[in-house]
Design a protein around this ligand. Sequence first.
Ligand SMILES: C[S@@+](CC[C@H](N)C(=O)[O-])C[C@H]1O[C@@H](n2cnc3c(N)ncnc32)[C@H](O)[C@@H]1O
Length: 178
Amino acid sequence: MNDILYEKNKKENKDHVATPRWVVENIYELINIKQFQSIWFPFNNYDSHFKLMADELNLKYKATHIFDDLGNDFFSTEPPKNCELLISNPPFGQQNEIIKRTFELVEQHKIKSFCLLLPLSTLETEKRAEMWEKHIDKLSILIFKKRIKFLNCKTSFNTACCWVCYNISNLKQKIYWI
Ligand SMILES: C[S@@+](CC[C@H](N)C(=O)[O-])C[C@H]1O[C@@H](n2cnc3c(N)ncnc32)[C@H](O)[C@@H]1O
């Protein structure tokens, strides 16, 4: 049943796009992904390059997705034990709630660090600015110089994007252009 729903969602939901391989390779290198012992991909399963590449690198991870066998909704799924990194391209349409829950997980010591691929406009609006500002000490913003062509895109989606990274030791600057 979940497979049918997944395929239907893949066809119809404009948020159901996949991140191209070069974006995943790039961020894995920038953050030195191999240093993290327990990683969570909360919006990834099936054909996601985050997961495929993690398999190639023998990373220790948990990949969950709302359409997997367990219906792992990000908002109610627990991270893996001692989770050192949450990394994903979440559905942009739910970004406010996702940022909120992600910081709750940080504050509850359930995740140590995160990298979220978001539209550049994540940096605006009062609500989001308040959440980002509260954690500014450990944030780095990685701004894409060029637009990402997401896989499985249904519309002419052409939005500027950035990574918002929290508590990643080898990101020493607040802002990078990548
Ligand atoms: C922008 S896509 C990114 C897919 C994958 N992370 C990638 O980059 O290749 C976001 C995915 O999150 C899934 N999703 C939406 N809401 C979710 C939720 N509450 N919990 C878990 N996954 C969710 C969508 O079905 C969609 O496949």
